[in-house]
Design a protein around this ligand. Structure first.
Ligand code: PBG
Ligand code: ZN
Length: 328
């Protein structure tokens, strides 16, 4: 039996320098990815009510924001586009328009910043279909195999515009392989795939669907996104996407799924991203606005938890404020 008093964990907590010396987890600016919503216009700043501090931006405004963020240390962006008004259809054809919002935004960022910035684009049909589902509908179902071609074409359009990575978020089976093949055939073997491999059917996406105008007009996404009750299945999804050629994997959402981040981290050698999603952001913002939580401390603790659980990379709407306010 060890006498209390001989072994004292508190000796390692006696001061800030000592705590930093033995800290196991550090969140680095280089790990953070800032998401952006892009408008089909050159100019515009359109605030999103349920995501205070986040706005949909016209392409020129996006370039300005990304350049300013880069000075803070944010070097990676994830882009979501809105199509021009009146262009949504059942197939989401405007998603692979080479002159669409996202390809234009990618070209503008690349022209302004060259290879100083890592550009990732979301690949999914839900913002481009009139029904708001992530794939094509046939016989009243989201048809997996018919959705693969438009998704692959969307990825190729983004690759041709100059992205570093495409990030498919649709959760169709086989889409990583379909996208990998299409990219390679089109001569984009250097463009990577960050797969939303482990994406749950979550109520935490609510504010995002306002921002991207991508809510399903009927039904829900439970026939393609994962059931929150499942953890073993996350490993199956992760392994499949790795085998299909994904270069990085993602778990989404983050905070209610830290156990999943930990399990997937142990099951793959690929870099792993956690998506700190819109509802997680909105909940912190709402409580902070009431004075009920200390936003800086909460964001620090949340980001540390994601990295401690095993995330190598964190996608977060709080990236700018966290760095500007030196919250980390
Ligand atoms: C589109 C997509 C969604 C998110 C990222 N890509 C929403 C959804 O699947 O309904 C959610 C991001 C967030 O909530 O911040 N497939
Ligand atoms: Zn979608």
């Amino acid at each position: 039996m060890v006498t209390p008093g001989r072994v004292r964990p508190r000796r390692l907590r006696r001061g800030g320098a000592l705590r930093d010396l033995v800290a196991e987890t550090w969140v680095r600016p280089q790990q953070l990815i800032m998401p952006h919503f892009v408008l089909p216009a050159a100019r515009g700043v359109d605030p999103i009510a349920s995501m205070p501090g986040v706005a949909r931006l016209g392409i020129d405004d996006l370039v300005r924001a990304v350049a300013a963020d880069r000075e803070l240390g944010i070097r990676t962006v994830l882009l979501f586009g809105s199509p021009a008004a009146g262009t949504k259809d059942p197939e989401g054809a405007c998603a692979h328009d080479p002159a669409g919002t996202v390809p234009r935004a990618v070209r503008a960022l690349r022209d302004a910043m060259g290879s100083d910035i890592v550009i990732i684009t979301d690949v999914c049909l839900c913002a481009y279909t009139d029904h708001g589902h992530c794939g094509v509908i046939a016989n009243a179902q989201v048809d997996n195999d018919r959705s693969l071609r438009p998704l692959a074409e969307m990825a190729v359009a983004h690759a041709a515009a100059g992205v570093d990575f495409v990030a498919p978020s649709d959760m169709m089976d086989g889409r990583v392989a379909a996208i990998r093949d299409a990219l390679d055939v089109a001569g984009h073997s250097g463009v990577g795939i960050l797969s939303y491999a482990v994406k749950y059917a979550s109520a935490y996406y609510g504010p995002f669907r306002d921002a991207a105008d991508s809510a399903p007009q009927h039904g829900d996404r439970r026939s393609y996104q994962m059931d929150p009750r499942n953890a073993v299945e996350a490993i199956r999804e992760a392994r499949l996407d790795e085998a299909e050629g994904a270069d990085m994997l993602m778990v989404k959402p983050a905070l209610a799924y830290l156990d999943i981040i930990q399990r997937v981290r142990a099951a793959t050698t690929l870099p792993l991203a956690a998506y700190n999603v819109s509802g997680e952001y909105a909940a912190v913002k709402a409580a902070a606005a009431q004075g009920w939580l200390d936003e800086a401390a909460i964001v620090r603790e949340n980001l540390q938890a994601m990295v401690r659980a095993g995330a190598d990379v964190v996608i977060t709407y709080h990236a700018r404020e966290a760095l500007r306010g030196r919250w980390l």
